[in-house]
Design a protein around this ligand. Sequence first.
Ligand SMILES: Nc1ncnc2c1ncn2[C@@H]1O[C@H](COP(=O)(O)OP(=O)(O)OP(=O)(O)O)[C@@H](O)[C@H]1O
Length: 632
Amino acid sequence: MRTAWADIANSAADNTAAASSANDGVGSTSRPARSSYVPPHLRNRPPSSDLAPPAFTGVGSGNDRSAYGAPAGGSRWAGPRADVGRPGSGGGAPRFGGGGNGWNNRSGGWDRGRDREVNPFGDEDDAPVEPDASENTGINFDAYEDIPVETSGDNVPPPVNTFADIDLGDALNQNIRRCKYVKPTPVQRHAIPISLAGRDLMACAQTGSGKTAAFCFPIISGIMTGQMAQRPRGARTVFPLALILSPTRELSCQIHEEAKKFSYQTGVRVVVAYGGAPINQQLRDLERGVDILVATPGRLVDLLERARVSLQMIRYLALDEADRMLDMGFEPQIRKIVEQMDMPPPGVRQTMLFSATFPKEIQRLASDFLSKYIFLAVGRVGSSTDLIVQRVEFVNESDKRSHLMDLLHAQRENGTHGKQSLTLVFVETKKGADSLEHWLCMNGFPATTIHGDRTQQEREYALRSFKSGTTPILVATDVAARGLDIPHVSHVVNFDLPNDIDDYVHRIGRTGRAGKSGLATAFFNENNSNMARSLAELMQESNQEVPDWLSRYAARSAYGGGKNRRSGGGGGRFGGRDFRRDTSYNRGGGSTDYYGGSNNYSGGYGAAPGGYGAAPGGYGGGYGAGVASAWD
Ligand SMILES: Nc1ncnc2c1ncn2[C@@H]1O[C@H](COP(=O)(O)OP(=O)(O)OP(=O)(O)O)[C@@H](O)[C@H]1O
């Protein structure tokens, strides 16, 4: 692994030399006035006269995004790198041969007048960081190595094995080292080259497997190195180049924090906007400049309607938890943002959709937002990682509290209920969350709660208190089910099971992240019989022991009950993966409208077991009002 970083270091040294010889002398010597626009790739350039403006090589592109500046991944400084070896490089992502050192080796951060970039890595100095064997170094990441990967679409760029295989630029590489990421996770290995090649992407990979970096790295790198058209200067309107949407405020904040780390000293500025927090502070942040806007849909619509944000210059659109963003709760807002405002259309902007789950009906909806996209599945669509030990226990409604108490006592006795071991308990309703929290506290188990009826301040306080271990139990509704990356969550309890197996996958995915193991316990009773079959299948698929009684429930129950989205007529859970391969969607047969050409489907999964998914019933899913209201 160290070799990989040594490779980067060596290539960086080479690149420095290349950059200085390629550039001869017209750099700006003074900091621009606050009002003048400075393209991101120029912001961190040394204030000396020894750097020339870039020789834009106008490298060819297989995409047609040039109307909005350079083709995504197409324009790089000083021509393509020979060692990148990306396929279809006509439309590939040639890199700037100088490796970006011309501007990346400056430690000053943003050039925006009064702003000084805070070091998101804390007090560490700026010395290069060697990977530390204790954290994020890929321990157990080997657990992901033999996961089957499926890609489909036209001319899929091959995966890379190391970060050194992809030229993300020195500043970003240094931040990757600071994050102590030694090697890319499987989804990163596949998704990053695809995105750097300028391709649209629908990516499905297990919870906790590093999807955030998989969409952030190409965006940051693209903004750093791309030739962007001059952004208009509205009186108070800002024009971000990238938009990352996520369904909850907390997740948007988390992505913002991550993206700030990845973009530290790159000159790329990331701003977050989300509901429940004072808009004025967010407006002030936006006014200071924004390249990447991370937002929840509601607050973004507000900003768009006030004309404080324009999407006219968007080059990159990423939807995290994309299936959630496009289901019934959010779809109208997302359509408004993406289709009815001023965002460039698919094929002009680059669109990336990520989630751990992707029901086929949602895939079909999502295809409206994409152009000639590549479908990537790392592991089975909607599967959970077998790093999570799943247990299901039959517990009657009236016994749930005492059963939970037994579990917590056992944890305490085993010494696993310390600061380093957090327990997340999911319940169905907001009232239920408050009442369980109160009861736990009364019984000597410090707990807090997060749900949609709490103020944003209370939600943030609860999350902080949980993360720090002050209250090692968090009782939550589905507002905390997706995306949150909280270290040391060792146990997820589904006190109330959700009505949708995908929600279960996301909930239990709050543990067993980044190669670490975790435990998930579900309380099951008669009220959950519509979940029996999908739950048993999911457990089987993740090599878990399925109790006999659950198998009997599963055998009795048919798909299609309740709100099980899996029952949808899209072929079911274990059918084909990319919905474009499903004959019921394949209008023309053979090569379809969706592919826009031949495909190189490289699947490798066995046939669907047991005829699952043949059940009738269309997409009858959806969320009860109480659940939906937990979201932003
Ligand atoms: N290459 C890497 N090496 C080591 N750790 C990594 C790497 N990439 C990501 N991580 C870490 O893995 C954890 C999970 O990443 P992330 O939150 O992006 O997962 P995810 O796939 O988006 O999960 P979810 O589906 O729950 O949203 C994070 O703590 C992140 O810092």
